[in-house]
Design a protein. Structure first.
Length: 367
């Protein structure tokens, strides 16, 4: 019988296998598609941030930054002595209208308690710091600097975790698990992302399709942060000499990952042009769609030991945050499995029991 089997070798499975292997556990990772072409992490914008509402998400975001900047040391291997994730520490910029302002004022109390380092200004002061952004309809603004937030290359981050786990003794194999009872191990960790509900029917984590557009603009602002306009739901960031922009409309029960191209003309371009006037001249150059592993209950992660099984642990439902929360979740699961409790960040609020009992704890800041 295996010691620990991790089902799913994406970013959560790879991070968890690394932390478990570092503690001397024998880990086998089962992944049905080692190309990861339809996994969530490679189709994301690669962001890491601490601007959330719930304290647990803020703290996980803080640890993500710490880990990412420690990565060249902690994830180095003989084959890759200088791993990198191509960090772009441009920060995040959140724009709130009157509809969401009060909610953000409440969130800022949690930011302060967690020492997030978030800065808050009035909408009328926005152009003093970000002169290229139109402040019409913006009541309050939050942002970070000092390399606290930004984005990374998802493929490089995942590869570094996986390669280090393998060097520490983890085994990655190709295979598909259709039933938990088919896995024979002392400990089972389910990290199958948006396929969670298919594998474990009482967990409401399902695929949520999001479309990202690639655009080109004659005027380029390379220092622009990853910006989210909560008055429209559109978000964007620089990508080389172009930009990436996300649609505010998501789809459940999608049958494919064909981008929703009509969203660009109808929703995304008008919102971009209104908020950043130079975007009036942009041109669509491409795009893609990917799945979030969405927790339909409250957009928060589902993490911990499943009460209906004696050896099953779960990490899912990150709703677009899997990449940035992977270091903290991998560490937390390892603490829970090896010591019986969380030691670093208390994630009991993300327990499976809360989902089974339908106790919502919403995280509103989903991009």
């Amino acid at each position: 019988m295996d010691d620990i089997v991790v089902i799913g070798g994406g970013i959560i499975g790879a991070a968890t296998s690394y932390f478990l292997s570092k503690e001397g556990r024998k880990v086998k990772v089962i992944e049905k598609d080692p190309t990861y072409k339809s996994a969530s992490f490679p189709l994301s914008l690669g962001g890491f941030r601490r601007q959330f509402f719930q304290k647990e998400n803020i703290l996980l975001g803080k640890f993500a930054k710490e880990f990412i900047f420690q990565m060249p040391e902690v994830l180095k291997t003989k084959k890759n002595p200088e791993p990198t994730a191509s960090v772009v520490p441009n920060g995040y910029l959140f724009l709130f209208g009157s509809e969401h302002a009060q909610e953000q004022y409440e969130a800022l109390k949690n930011h302060k308690e967690c020492d997030a380092g978030t800065k808050n200004i009035k909408g009328s002061d926005l152009k003093k710091i970000f002169p290229y952004v139109n402040d019409e309809g913006i009541e309050t603004v939050t942002y970070t600097d000092n390399k606290m937030e930004g984005w990374i290359d998802p493929h490089m981050f995942h590869s570094a975790f996986k390669n280090k786990a393998i060097e520490l003794g983890a085994e990655f194999i190709k295979g598909e698990v259709k039933n938990i009872s088919d896995v024979k191990a002392n400990i089972i960790v389910s990290a199958v992302g948006y396929l969670t509900n298919k594998l474990i029917g009482d967990i409401p984590v399902v695929p949520q399709k999001h479309t990202v557009f690639r655009v080109k603009c004659p005027k380029h602002i390379p220092e622009m942060p990853l910006t989210s306009d909560f008055t429209t739901g559109v978000y964007w960031r620089p990508e080389g000499k172009e930009y990436l922009a996300g649609s505010p409309i998501s789809t459940f029960d999608a049958n494919d990952l064909e981008p929703d191209w009509d969203h660009f003309e109808e929703l995304v371009w008008p919102a971009l042009a209104k908020r950043v006037p130079i975007f009036e001249e942009l041109k669509l150059t491409g795009g893609w769609a990917g799945y979030y592993d969405c927790n339909k209950l409250d957009n928060n992660a589902v993490v911990g030991k499943h009460p209906k099984y004696n050896n099953l642990y779960l990490a899912s439902g990150f709703t677009g945050r899997g990449l940035m929360q992977a270091p903290g979740i991998g560490r937390a699961l390892t603490e829970l499995i090896t010591t019986g409790s969380y030691q670093s960040i208390d994630l009991k609020a993300f327990s499976i029991e809360r989902v089974l009992e339908n106790k919502k704890r919403p995280e509103p800041y989903v991009l």
